[in-house]
Ligand binder design. Structure first.
Ligand code: SF4
Length: 195
């Protein structure tokens, strides 16, 4: 058995039950009936805190979960030194920039050199189908999925997109398509959803 040099703790008072830890690492975390995260396995309970000793594998998984927790409810420490192993410092204040959003589509839009996508939801089948065309307008891939997230993650994993703003556009269009599919609304790519 791997040596358990690390301790994962969940402060249930800080937890808002957002469930990101469970979604990312279901083998370690679970949101219980109280709507708070807890740990799986031989868990020690101390007031509002639950903790678990883990080895190197658990360390990697718990650090990833801790990094997505919006309320910093997850802590990971080295059991021998008691030191925090996370490289996040939420309490340390750094300069914050105030940014007013703006977008000049005429000058800022640029074509993704990898091409473009068309999106169509199929409510009766419960799927969204996406076509990818390269810059020469040749069909290169047909992607089918049940929700926006699995489709955009797949598209990124397959290397079909190369511009951040294009990925953001694709995510928002896929989310619209998913809503349209679930609520049986008419979906027209690039048009607002009519509710
Ligand atoms: S990600 Fe954080 S806030 Fe969300 S359930 Fe897990 S511990 Fe709680």
């Amino acid at each position: 058995m791997a040596e358990e040099h690390y301790e994962v703790r969940v402060d249930r008072k800080k937890c808002i039950g957002a469930g990101f830890c469970e979604k990312l690492m279901p083998q370690l975390f679970k949101v219980d009936e109280a709507g708070k995260a807890t740990l799986k396995g031989v868990v020690a309970v101390n007031g509002n805190t639950v903790s678990l000793s883990v080895g190197e594998g658990g360390l990697k998984d718990s650090v990833m979960a801790a990094k997505v927790c919006p309320t910093y409810a997850i802590a990971v420490t080295n059991r021998a030194t008691g030191k925090n192993v996370l490289d996040i410092e939420p309490e340390k204040h750094i300069e914050v920039r105030n940014i007013k959003a703006h977008y000049d589509s005429m000058n800022e839009w640029s074509m993704d050199p990898l091409g473009f996508f068309t999106i169509k939801p199929f409510p009766d089948e419960g799927v969204i189908r996406v076509r990818h065309y390269n810059a020469k307008h040749q069909l290169t891939a047909l992607i089918e999925g049940k929700n926006a997230e699995e489709i955009y993650v797949t598209i990124c994993r397959e290397g079909l997109i190369s511009i951040l703003s294009h990925a953001a556009y694709l995510g928002s269009e896929l989310q619209k398509a998913e809503i349209a599919m679930k609520k049986r609304l008419n979906y027209v790519q690039d048009d607002p959803l009519s509710l």
